[in-house]
Design a binder for this molecule. Sequence first.
Ligand SMILES: [Zn+2]
Length: 170
Amino acid sequence: MAELQEARIVGTPALDGRYIAEMDMWPLECQEFNRNYQFYDNLREGRFTTTKCKKCGHIAFPPGVICPKCWSEELEWVDLPRRAKVVTFTETQAGAPIGFPPPLILAWLGFGKDSPLKHLLVRIVNCAEGELKEGDEVKFVVFDVPSHPIEVKRETQIRDRVYYAFERVK
Ligand SMILES: [Zn+2]
């Protein structure tokens, strides 16, 4: 288990190098644990995607394994717009949850009437305190998050992970 002490799998610096599943704030993205693993594989290619129902055409976000409108399991992956406008936002300057350096900015985005995804509450990254304004244009970004260990056939493997946010278009 020595390799699990490596700093690169640390989700929270305060845990001093140990992996503690209960403190892991990121999803398990690999195929063995997540039926929506394709979403994360697409993120790795820089794609912002979700599932569309082949029967009724409904596009849901977040992606799922069953259509919430007609219960069909025949879904396909479609791309979503990667630019949006900030409708409103909150900025946490102190007391952000562990693992989130301040400012922690959460924004309600508008994607416009032609988008299948109209709105999304999402984190804004790479933005200094006081910099974001309502009406700003933002773009989709993918970033690395701490890896996590899984056990496959009694062998521990370290799986890389990614997640998404938006950032200001400068
Ligand atoms: Zn459907």
